[in-house]
Design a protein around this ligand. Structure first.
Ligand SMILES: Nc1ncnc2c1ncn2[C@@H]1O[C@H](COP(=O)(O)OP(=O)(O)OP(=O)(O)O)[C@@H](O)[C@H]1O
Length: 674
């Protein structure tokens, strides 16, 4: 017996007219009977309503001239069937109040299925469909009077409307149930002496640097890292592998010290200088910042911190990393702070740079570092860590890639590699985290709704406790005026203002400078590293009350005393927003963030911020009268700016050929090979 019967639709011409006619009539008669029977059953009220509806529909249908055609009569009948279906649906609805959305949708599908069809064939098909969905009893009946089965066409690839069920996120246990870190810094300070395991030397250093108490993230994470080295400080028993640690805590909550303190303490017991800590950060500025903190806490010890970010020449970095003594390379660095690009360069081109003794791999701004994984820096690091040296036999230990545990794999002792991840916006995307190849990770997070989050479609993040968020409804032309109003009238300074591009930052910088009355500087990748460093220093020291920046200063940069962050251009991504506004309200202090929004941006932006778990963003409206007195001068400044920009553009086009010649001159001469 055939499993499927396939009926081919042969078109109207192919079908015999008479048999088709008789079949139609038979079925319609049957349907008519059933409809009447159902009508009798239904309550008079509902019948009245539906009749009225039907009459309305009929009135709406275009009047056809002449005698009513066969098709129209059939359509009327089909409508009757539909109306009876509706009645049944209404009855059902009233009886079961809490019917699911799906049921409702099916019913609406039924309604759709009785829309006026064009051919008699489709009339039959449609009426049959209606019957099937309305009443199973009726659906069994469409058979011709002679008892022969009906020809049915199964429409393949039809588009039925279905409500798509919202997919609930199911997070792995470690992500869904993290160790909770308190968000409120001020009320959860822990005196440094109360945190177990920290040596006296470090406690003294902390005090000397003005740290009396630990912030919540430090009080939780420092003991956890110290505990993970307790079963094998540097060299553990075979198979020993501590859990990797992930930390997701708000911006400015003190994550840097949370890894610097335990790592320095662990390393203070080392005998031979080898690269045991590698901290990878996305930008030079951040690497410099972290390197500075490491240097502060390693001062007075034999531990060496080396930064490889490309700020110095490759050769200079090579010299800082290792030296050759007695024909053998010796490491001069215990802690290496690097940017991914330069790190990969050293792994591939510097044969004396060894990561075979690496104990801690610190990935700060971890979500950003995962996104930048296209450079495959992590794969290169892992390869370098497990690269077997030539003298494997004579080596005290042999480092092999972790794999299935066997007696053989457990016997030789080896240094475990532990990953420490930090971010204010650590991703919960398991696919992305998979790239990091974490070992039994343990998460510390201040997103309290660990389990709730798992049911949300969007990730929730951490916002600093002291942050007040505002949005400023404005028009494009009024944006610069509002900035000037904030700085000149409301004295919102020091203020860090973000734009979405270098060009926008530069234009705004020129405009504010020409307007006068406020010292302003710009910060972007256009400046060279030393210029950037100087600008940040001047801003921090209060010499510049307004710094206009691209997202180059959005992440991780710790500038003391920023009172106000202004999003001149609304950020497109929630992560960018969180990092930008996180440049204020740091270390438990208060701060404000203002986001300028055009009317078209408001709805989406506010939704995005709310979905991300913002405690609340308020409206800050700037009255037009407040700006009026500045308008004339502003118009003049705009005209002046136009001239300046034109002159600059001309100069640039004139200078371009000279620049090209100069570039050609300064290009290194290719080496001639023999
Ligand atoms: N225990 C502490 N007591 C006082 N100040 C502290 C303490 N810990 C950190 N700080 C200060 O808090 C500021 C923010 O710290 P840090 O830069 O480590 O924050 P973060 O969490 O890394 O922020 P981001 O996510 O923006 O990078 C720094 O200026 C730091 O010196």
């Amino acid at each position: 017996m055939a499993l499927f019967m396939i009926n081919r639709y042969l078109g109207e011409e192919e079908d015999s007219e008479s048999s088709r006619e008789s079949r139609s009539r038979a079925l319609l008669a049957k349907l008519q009977e059933q409809v009447k029977a159902r009508e009798r059953q239904s309550t008079s009220n509902t019948a009245d309503e539906d009749d009225e509806e039907q009459r309305k529909r009929k009135r709406e249908e275009p009047e056809t001239e002449g005698v009513q055609s066969e098709n129209e009569r059939k359509t009327d009948l089909t409508d009757e069937v539909a109306s009876s279906a509706k009645k049944k649906k209404k009855q059902k609805k009233s009886s079961t109040e809490n019917e699911s959305v799906n049921t409702g949708d099916k019913a609406s599908d039924n309604e759709k299925s009785v829309e006026i069809p064009e051919t008699s064939e489709s009339v039959l098909e449609e009426s049959k469909k209606t019957e099937e969905s309305v009443d199973p009893q009726i659906s069994q009946e469409p058979k011709a009077e002679d008892g022969s089965s009906q020809t049915t066409f199964h429409i393949l690839g039809g588009f039925e409307e279905k409500t798509v069920q919202k997919v609930k996120r199911v997070l792995p246990q470690w992500l869904a149930q993290p160790d909770v870190i308190q968000r409120d810094i001020k009320n959860n300070l822990i005196p440094i002496s109360e945190v177990p395991g920290i040596c006296l030397t470090l406690l003294k250093k902390l005090e000397a640097n003005g740290i009396q108490s630990f912030f919540p993230v430090q009080a939780e994470v420092i003991p956890a890292i110290l505990e993970s080295v307790s079963s094998g400080l540097l060299l553990g028993p075979g198979g020993y592998r501590p859990r990797d640690i992930c930390v997701s805590a708000p911006t400015g909550s003190g994550k840097t010290l949370a890894f610097v303190i335990p790592v320095v303490q662990v390393l203070s017991k080392r005998v031979v200088c080898e690269v045991r800590v590698l901290a990878v950060l996305p930008t030079k500025e951040l690497a410099q910042q972290v390197s500075k903190v490491f240097s502060t806490y390693t001062e007075g010890t034999s531990l060496k911190v080396v930064m490889i970010t490309g700020q110095k020449s490759f050769a200079a970095e090579q010299t800082a990393l290792s030296e050759i003594r007695g024909g053998v390379s010796h490491s001069l660095a215990d802690i290496v702070v690097a940017t991914p690009g330069r790190l990969v360069d050293h792994i591939n081109k510097n044969s004396n740079f060894s990561l075979q003794h690496l104990r801690f791999l610190i990935i700060d701004e971890a979500d950003r570092m995962i996104d930048g994984m296209h450079q495959s820096w992590l794969t290169q690091v892992t390869k370098a860590v497990y690269r077997n040296p030539g003298d494997t036999q004579t080596s005290v230990f042999r480092r092999i890639l972790p794999g299935p545990i066997t007696v053989a794999s457990l016997s030789p002792p080896q240094i475990p590699l532990q990953k420490l991840l930090f971010s204010a916006t650590l991703t919960q995307n398991p696919e992305k985290l998979q790239l990091l190849d974490l070992h039994q990770p343990r998460l510390f997070s201040s997103t309290h709704s660990g389990t709730e989050t798992s049911t949300q479609s969007q990730e929730a993040f951490n916002f600093p406790q002291g942050l007040a968020e505002y949005y400023v409804p404005c028009t494009l032309s009024k944006k610069p005026l509002i900035i000037l109003h904030f700085l000149l009238r409301l004295k919102f300074s020091p203020a860090l203002c973000f734009t979405n591009s270098r060009e926008a930052a530069h234009r705004l910088y020129l405009l504010v400078k020409l307007f006068g009355g406020v010292e302003v500087a710009e910060f972007s990748s256009k400046l060279n590293p030393s210029e950037r460093q100087k600008t940040l220093k001047d801003f921090e020291q209060g010499k510049i009350p307004l710094l206009i920046s691209t997202d180059a200063a959005a992440r991780g940069i710790d500038i003391n005393g920023v009172k106000c962050v202004i999003n001149y251009d609304a950020p497109q991504y929630i992560r960018t927003y969180i990092h930008r506004v996180g440049r204020t309200a740091r270390a438990g202090k208060a701060g404000s963030a203002f986001t300028f929004l055009l009317e078209v941006q408001e709805k989406c932006f506010l939704q995005m911020v709310r979905d991300a778990g913002s405690p609340g963003i308020q409206r800050h409206f700037v009255k037009p009268q407040a700006l009026r007195s500045m308008e004339t001068h502003y118009e003049q400044t705009l005209a002046e700016l136009g001239k300046v920009v034109k002159v600059k553009a001309k100069l640039q086009s004139c200078l371009r050929p000279y620049c090209q010649v100069f570039q050609a001159w300064t290009k290194p001469v290719p080496q001639l090979h023999k």
